[in-house]
Every structure is written in C-alpha cells, then in structure tokens.
Design a protein around this ligand. Structure first.
Ligand code: GLY
Length: 384
C-alpha cells in the first residue's frame, strides 16, 4: 500500500469513528456549525444546511452498511417533510436539501416516498425560474438582508441543478433539464468573470431580466472572489457537464478551477476570499477547500485528456491531504465536527474557524471518491 492510499484509509476510518461518536452525543437534529467544538443549529428548520448531516450518514452507510447511520438518515429526512409540506419558506436550495437525502435514499433503497419528495422539491425549484432573466430566484421576501430578493440569483444555485437534471430523467420530462441549462448558461454569462473568478450575487430586474447590480454577498465586496463561491462554480459546472455532456460547462468548470488553483496558498487551503486583504490572521475556509476538491475529482473523471485528469486529481489530492493533516479532528475528542477551519460568513463575522456541516459533507464525499480510486473501483486511468 503506498503512502497516498494509506492516508485516505486512515482518514476514512477517522471519519467513521467520529460520526459514530458525534451521532450519539449531538443534541441537535440538524447541525450547522460548531461552537466551542459542539455542533449546534443556528438555522431555521427550512435552511439550506439541513440535508448535509443525513447526507454524511448516507455516504457512510453506502460503504459501511452500519444500520444506525441508515436509521438516523431516514429519521432526519422524515422531519424534513415539515418544511416541504409547509412550502412557503422553501427556496432555491432544495437541491442541497433533497438531493443528498431523498435522491440518495431512492438510489440506495428505492424508497418510493423519497422519490416523490425529491420530485416535489425539483418542481418547486423549477417554479423559481424567472423567464425573462433566465435565472433561478434564490430567496423569498424577508429571507435576506438585501432590500428586494425578487431578482436575486446566486452562484450557490449551480449545486442545486442536479435535482432538476435528475427529475428530467425520472419523469422523462425535458422541461426540468431545459430550466437547469438556461440557468447554467446565465451563470456562465453573468457570474463567471473573464479571469475565472466568480461573483456571489447578481441582481436582475425581475421584470425585464436585465442585470441591475452585483452584491458582495458572503464575499469581501462586489469585485472580490469569495472562495466558497468559486468552489460552488467548479463543482456545479462539472455536475452540469456530467448530466448534459455540453462542453461549455466542462470549460467553465476548468476555467473556474484554474483560477481557484492559481490563488491557493502553499498549503492548498484557500483563504475565505481570494481578494480580501490577506495576512497571517486572515481566515481560511476549509469548506471551500473540501467542496472544490470533490468537484476537482469529478472534473478529473469527466475529462478525456490524461494530463488534465492527472492535474486536477493531483491538486484535489493535495488539498485533501492538507485538510486531513492540518484540520481533521480525529485526535481531538472535544470536537464534534470532522474539519475545523471553516468560515461561514466573514462580512457578518459569523461562524469563523469552526466546523461547518457542509465542509464536513464535502470532505466525506471527496474521501469516499478517493477510496474508490485507491481501491480501483473507479476507472484505473483516474488513479493518481
Ligand atoms: N449557500 C450559502 C453558503 O455557501 O454559505
């Protein structure tokens, strides 16, 4: 067994042990971030984060067949029927919420109720399409601090598109795919800058569809480069290519990846915004690192060019090994999360240098992919 294979296996067994322990100790059903090492829920029951904990449990159940993970994931998905039935508070992040839970449960166990839930979530997302601006509307009135969310769309939505592509396949209903592609095309035009950096929020005139303004959002300012936004773009564009085989999405994933990689510090863990003033105290964001690394592994799988495959998979490997060696909590029983060093919202000074449930999720997803590569379950060409 070579050195790389070994650290991946050690990381995986550290994750399994940590999640077993945390699932017994945690006092909230849907963790979002840690405070003093303990997972708490700082969000509403309909918040975008609720699918990540059950999502982690499914990823682990898939490889470990440990029944308590399955039972807890099913229980959490059942609770999520509350916001789905209530309807009025749900938003564009239904992909994060029901792709990682209901679509996954349907894939693993063929549960009809989970399929129905995910189809309802996809129908909701499709209904948020602004026909004149050709974008998915992010939020609802009163959701966010911006004055008027009716014309607001955000880069994060690229990660919500897979539930539309999935629904199109399930129902043999191309309209879902057409909406996803129309939104993705708007993102390529209005969100991804010439240099491969990415805007967080674009505000359109909700009647004419014209671009009105840009907002810094969770980035430093409207001209900056929020690193988690970059990771949503890399990963989300690769997912759009996976479902559509349209080369422009593969190109966009590479373009945003090349920018992201060019901005990484020596240890491969990004600062929270690549264009914020950076010194030794500037927060990193391990969630951006983990989401980007998982996206880079997908990108590597989707490419034909052997050198490019090796390049993107090689960077993913370096990012993940750095996370494992510097930020994993496996030797620290006071931490319920898997990775420290996440940055939720620096402009609002919220959730800095803590564990974030989505950072944990994408780390588990990426390490699971690395395990497949190491065991040869993937295409051997993808081995690095
Ligand atoms: N989707 C919100 C965030 O990335 O923090």
């Amino acid at each position: 067994m070579n050195k790389e294979t070994n650290w991946v296996d050690v990381a995986w067994s550290g994750i399994v042990t940590k999640v077993k322990k945390t699932s017994q100790e945690m006092t909230v059903p849907f963790p979002s971030m840690t405070e003093n090492g303990e997972y708490c829920n700082t969000h509403q029951p309909w918040a975008w984060v609720v699918g990540f904990w059950p999502g982690i449990l499914w990823l682990l159940y898939e490889k470990e067949s440990y029944e308590p993970f399955k039972e807890m994931a099913i229980d959490r998905e059942n609770i999520m029927d509350g916001p789905l039935d209530e309807y009025v508070n749900i938003h564009h992040d239904v992909g994060f919420m029901w792709q990682l839970t209901s679509v996954k449960q349907f894939e693993l166990l063929a549960t009809p109720q989970s399929r129905t839930r995910a189809l309802r979530a996809a129908s909701h997302l499709a209904s948020r399409f602004n026909i004149n601006g050709r974008f998915l509307t992010a939020w609802n009135k009163n959701d966010v601090s911006v004055a008027d969310p009716r014309g607001l769309s955000i880069i994060d939505s690229m990660m919500n598109l897979p539930i539309l592509y999935w629904a199109a396949e399930q129902l043999d209903a191309p309209r879902f795919k057409l909406i996803a592609m129309a939104h993705a095309d708007t993102v390529l035009k209005e969100f991804i800058r010439e240099d491969g950096s990415v805007r967080h929020m674009v505000e359109f005139d909700y009647l004419t569809g014209e671009v009105k303004s840009y907002h810094g959002g969770q980035g430093d300012n409207k001209n900056s480069a929020w690193s988690r936004g970059a990771s949503w773009a890399i990963h989300g564009c690769a997912l759009s290519y996976q479902y559509t085989q349209e080369p422009r999405y593969l190109e966009a994933s590479m373009k945003t990846a090349d920018f992201f990689i060019s901005q990484l510090p020596k240890d491969f863990v990004p600062h929270w915004d690549f264009r914020a003033p950076i010194d030794e105290n500037t927060p990193r964001d391990t969630s951006a690192a983990a989401c980007a690394a998982s996206g880079l592994l997908l990108l590597a799988d989707l490419l034909d060019d052997v050198d490019k495959k090796a390049h993107y998979a090689g960077v993913a490997n370096k990012v993940l090994e750095s996370l494992y060696r510097q930020y994993a909590t496996f030797n620290d029983d006071t931490q319920q999360g898997i990775l420290t060093g996440g940055a939720f919202n620096c402009p609002k000074n919220l959730g800095i240098n803590c564990s974030l449930i989505y950072g944990d999720y994408y780390f588990v997803e990426a390490i699971s992919k690395m395990k497949n590569r190491c065991s040869g379950a993937d295409n051997p060409l993808n081995m690095i």
